[in-house]
Design a protein around this ligand. Structure first.
Ligand code: ZN
Length: 133
């Protein structure tokens, strides 16, 4: 793993949360993006070498809506940048980590991503991500 690429935070109201995070981090939101395949709206902030990714459900059946219904707003996942996502997926699967998608999929912010089930990663939803070239 290269670094923590971003921390994903589930929010109830994107506009209010962007305002909050702009004040908290003292930096503007530099990108907003819809990810239709996940029924999610995203917004990004730079924090040094890493980012904060805000996630708002765009559909009541989306994973983010279910997460908020169960746990409320807050930290949703930690994303680690990897050099070779296929190799990392293979390595982790061989060690017993459960991959939530068997093939890398297209995520927000020009990334290939794969999620690991929290039950095999100590209660934390983990995202592997690799920059698409
Ligand atoms: Zn993410």
């Amino acid at each position: 793993m290269i670094r923590i690429e971003h921390i994903g935070i589930a929010v109830e109201n994107m506009n209010e949360s962007i305002e909050l995070y702009e004040q908290l981090l003292n930096t503007p939101c530099y990108k907003r993006e819809s990810v239709a395949s996940e029924s999610v709206e995203t917004a990004f902030f730079k924090v040094g070498e890493s980012k904060i990714e805000l996630l708002e459900a765009s559909d009541p059946n989306s994973a983010i809506a279910k997460f908020i219904a169960k746990k409320g707003q807050g930290i949703h996942h930690i994303a680690y940048e990897v050099e070779n996502i296929q190799a990392e997926m293979k390595r982790l699967e061989a060690l017993g980590f459960e991959l939530l998608n068997k093939e890398p999929k297209r995520g927000a912010d020009n990334k290939l991503v794969c999620f690991l089930h929290p039950k095999t990663s100590g209660g934390v939803l983990v995202e592997l991500c690799q920059e698409m070239v």
